[in-house]
Design a binder for this molecule. Sequence first.
Ligand code: CP
Length: 303
Amino acid sequence: IRSFLSLEDAGREDLREILDLARAHAEGRVGGTLAGKTVCLAFFEASTRTAVSFELAARRSGADVISLSEQGSAICKGESLVDTVVTLDSLGADALVLRHPAAGAAALASRHTSAPVINAGDGCGQHPTQALLDLYALSEAVGGFDELANRRVAVVGDVLHSRVARSVIPAFQKAGMEISLVAPRTLLPSDAGAWGLPVLPSVDDALDWGAEVLYALRLQKERMTGARIPSVGEYARYYGVSGRHLRGGALVMHPGPVNRGVEISGDVVLDAASLVPNQVAAGVAVRSAVLAVATGAVDRVAA
Ligand code: CP
């Protein structure tokens, strides 16, 4: 049994194994791994993709599913996260999937339950299952996990507020990819210099650098406390991905939800070069695999 708080401790082979298990789920070679288990989905911040795909994953794997949101739970009466987690533990949850607006919430929760905690996004912290499904979708598009090595990916946009960036950049690195950042200084974390990644001024420069994948991040206005960018128009001009950027064959990714016309133009979302639908579709298989590993059911699969 293990929690998924980040991918920090995962090695390259761990990533390969979980993607292989996800593929087995996608192809219907495993199922029913969570029969008799109870999965609690506690989403204290808005979600469509993550919440729905975790629910589908848990149900299709045979689990009983409990869904909890802030409204309608005792959180809105003032109960703390820790007391909520302790309560769910007492009620027999076998896994806790947690989305929360505060970075570190999943790690805190994991210290107060015997069940594995799966971080479904914690503020500006981490989003490990997003990174796993991104790896899955990209590896399927390029012909397999080993085909990712040495490919160049530009991570574009609001790195500062992005939990996705903090998970997907190490995941791409572990897969052997080369990474550059394309962002205004105002949307880079203060420690980004220590990451040792080239910082480029525009998507055009990223393509000149040799980016084969443009990974656009959502502009997270809800996490901005002041004016961080000159204007949305200027952001779109330098950091937005549009049709002309696809001429050289680059693939486009985005974790969603997309601000169309800002991070990616509407035609690009629908273009064959866009892996956005593939990323969403990968969510169920990848999260099925994560739930199986987290609850220890993967050992039964292997046996
Ligand atoms: N990518 C992502 O986490 O989307 P949701 O907020 O819809 O879950």
